[in-house]
Ligand binder design. Structure first.
Ligand code: NDP
Ligand code: 2IT
Length: 450
């Protein structure tokens, strides 16, 4: 039987698919939000009357541009650059840049859309945006990456600004890339402003920004477990990825007494049944951040198992933290987690769990947190970096980490408030969607038909 809710969501999705043909990731992100918001709007006709849902899925502006650069052999190369400025109802556009060969407009629109709700949940004044390029930093020299970043910023600079749009990092964009991008912005504008976040500490960055997404994820998980009178102590934790988010998720898991047993990259994963400890994590960080090597080298170093071309979800665990990429955890993976007794899945990545997998987890009583809530720590500390830049001060590690923890606790509270089911359980996806939506929608109502 098709319920009234399903039929209005289906009708809405037909419109979305018609207006955004072939943008599958964008459809998926909109669907996940629409299924919470459409029934909510039936009880809140003011949003329906102002057509907020149709307006919120339309980007304010999208820029697409050519990025010419020259490789070390003197070959002429070209990539495509993008910035999706999704929504600035509650603050300047804000969100990362992704450099990865599979970047498309669909992927950046899904990320920008998610960012609108995530940034709203932080309660800091930040709208949503995302950008990037199909440039692949893997295997490129530092000089090639620098020339690419300079060329990318040579167009991007006219569309961004500290009060207009403030980019940061994401996949393939870390401190090296942010440094080159910032240097070029400064040169083009003759201004030293907080136009990017994730900057190095020496030139306006915030302490704890590198750690923020991974730490924030564990603060959120801690809150989720507390509702069950539990904690992460002695829990077996399966983590995917080995980049920025995964590394600091591992670090905080260790600090909280949990046992991280996996890490991965796009080639496969390692399983370390004894747990990744602080020394092994230092090796992993050196391998990934300095040597820019592959995860199998960890297995070689510590004599543990490497699973080529596989994902870590088949390893029995209590907690699973997908921290790599969209759609990396599908229905069959979710089934494996359930079979092995996994109790909690929280997303460090953006949209890593497919809609079918989310349904399966929720139906089996696994606590599930969507990235827009559980990975908001990164952009939250970006917001704190903007604040520090505005007041021209640097806060201590303790100050920033305490604020980060407070923000994650508050996001958890908002999820509970808006996501509580009749039986007392919490639907974190619904809670995050509604709490994120209301703040943006109210601002849109107040600002008129713009
Ligand atoms: P990094 O570039 O530092 O690391 C990305 C990791 O994901 C690498 O281990 C990479 O492996 C792996 N990966 C990339 N593509 C694939 C793929 N197709 N299959 C399997 N693994 C893959 O990025 P981050 O750690 O910053 O980002 C990870 C996720 O977290 C992304 O979804 C991002 O959007 C999200 N996020 C990031 C935030 C931040 O502040 N950085 C904040 C909030 C969310 P390989 O090296 O082989 O490519
Ligand atoms: O997905 C994300 O939230 C990020 N990549 C961080 C964005 C930011 O502006 O810090």
């Amino acid at each position: 039987m098709i319920t009234a809710k399903q039929s209005s969501v289906t009708k809405f999705m037909e419109l979305v698919e018609k207006r955004n043909p072939a943008q599958l990731e964008f459809h998926q992100a909109v669907y996940e939000v629409a299924q919470s918001i459409i029934p909510f709007m039936d009880e809140h006709p003011e949003y329906k009357k102002a057509n907020i849902l149709e307006r919120i899925i339309e980007a304010e502006r999208i820029v697409i541009f050519r990025v010419p650069w020259m490789d070390d052999e003197g070959n002429y190369r070209v990539n495509r650059g993008y910035r999706v400025q999704m929504n600035n109802a509650i603050g300047p556009f804000k969100g990362g840049l992704r450099f990865h060969p599979n970047v498309t407009l669909s992927i950046l629109k899904f990320l920008a859309f998610e960012q609108v709700f995530k940034n709203s949940l932080t309660t800091l004044p930040m709208g949503g945006g995302k950008g990037g390029s199909d440039f692949d930093p893997k295997g490129k020299s530092d000089n090639e990456v620098m020339r690419f970043c300079q060329s990318f910023m040579t167009e991007l600079f006219r569309h961004i600004g500290k009060d207009t749009d403030v980019p940061a990092g994401d996949i393939g964009v870390g401190s090296r890339e942010i440094g080159y991008l910032f240097g070029q912005f400064k040169r083009l504008t003759n201004e030293f402003t907080g136009v990017l976040t994730g900057k190095g500490y020496a030139y306006g960055g915030s302490l704890i920004r590198p750690e923020a997404t991974g730490y924030g994820l564990l603060f959120f998980v801690d809150e989720m477990l507390k509702t069950k009178g539990d904690s992460i102590k002695a829990k077996k934790v399966v983590i995917s990825g080995s980049g920025n988010v995964a590394q600091y998720a591992i670090e905080k898991t260790i600090a909280f007494g949990g046992i991280p047993v996996t890490a991965s990259d796009s080639d496969g994963f390692i399983y370390d049944p004894d747990g990744i400890d602080t020394d092994k994590l230092a090796f992993l960080m050196g391998l990934k951040n300095k040597k820019r090597g592959r995860i199998y080298e960890y297995a070689e170093e510590y004599g543990c198992t490497y699973f080529e071309g596989e994902k870590p979800w088949k390893i029995p665990c209590d907690v699973a933290l997908p921290c790599a990429v969209q759609n990396e955890l599908d229905e069959s993976d979710a089934q494996l987690l359930v079979n092995h007794g996994c109790k909690l899945v929280a997303e460090g990545a953006n949209m890593p769990t497919t809609p079918d997998a989310i349904t399966l987890l929720q139906q089996n009583g696994v606590l599930y947190a969507p990235g827009k809530a559980s990975n908001a720590g990164g952009v939250a500390v970006s917001g704190l970096e903007m604040t520090q830049n505005s007041i021209r001060l640097y806060w201590t590690r303790e100050e920033v980490e305490n604020r980060l923890r407070g923000i994650m606790q508050n996001i958890h509270k908002q999820c509970m408030q808006y996501g509580k089911n009749a039986d007392g359980s919490v639907d974190y996806l619904k809670g995050a969607n509604l709490a994120g939506f209301v703040r943006v929608a109210d601002a849109m109502l107040a600002e008129g038909h713009v």
